[in-house]
Design a protein around this ligand. Sequence first.
Ligand code: ADP
Ligand code: AMP
Length: 218
Amino acid sequence: MPIFIVLLGPPGAGKGTQAQRVAKALDIPHISSGDIFRENIKKQTDLGKEANRFITKGELVPDDLTIAMIKERLSRTDCESGALLDGFPRTPAQAEALSKILSEFDGKVNAVPYINVAEHELIERLTGRWTCRAQGHVFHEKFNPPKRAGVCDFDGSELYQRDDDKVETVTRRIKVYLEQTMPLIEYYKKLGILIDINGEQTIDQVTANLLKALEKVK
Ligand code: ADP
Ligand code: AMP
């Protein structure tokens, strides 16, 4: 049976950081909706141009565009054994769509680790984040610095600060999360698949807790 995991948490909780490690450990693809949008923006596709109008303001990209994009990604053969979703779903409509898409592939959402981090900590994490141009690896100037400033440890590409990591946009993104994404915690709790993870520990500790919790899910 495939295993589908949704990583939930506010912007800056550490979803991308953890997803790269956990997906590798479980040998399933890491699907980040934000990374796919940024790839489309880089290539200046129609989807990228449309999505960018919302992303720069810290708003969510409309559900129909986002759902169609994820559906296409999940239909690829590398998802036959499952996937780790990071940043999707972000609204109740997206959560409903996801379960419908997965049921078409005889799958379902098996587990939803929720990485919980206090709001003041999120702002510090996001405004100090440095992202790699080539593959979206993430670093933090204080909490997780690269070996050489401005250079990705993993692929040597340039690190940059995302436009939407400016303090004004970060504040908006957190508000949007509280209004539109927080209801998903209750939604997945009711389904009995939410797993609380304390995100205010070192990156290694969070990874260890996630892997331990997901061991029981398989
Ligand atoms: P998200 O994908 O949830 O938005 P990221 O994984 O990109 O979050 O992490 C946001 C920032 O916080 C990055 O700069 C990352 O290096 C840093 N970070 C991630 N996890 C931790 C942690 N446990 N402690 C301190 N900083 C962290
Ligand atoms: P992220 O990389 O997850 O921080 O996402 C960056 C931005 O992409 C978000 O602030 C949104 O504008 C957009 N985005 C990513 N995932 C979604 C989603 N599931 N639904 C709507 N917008 C999204």
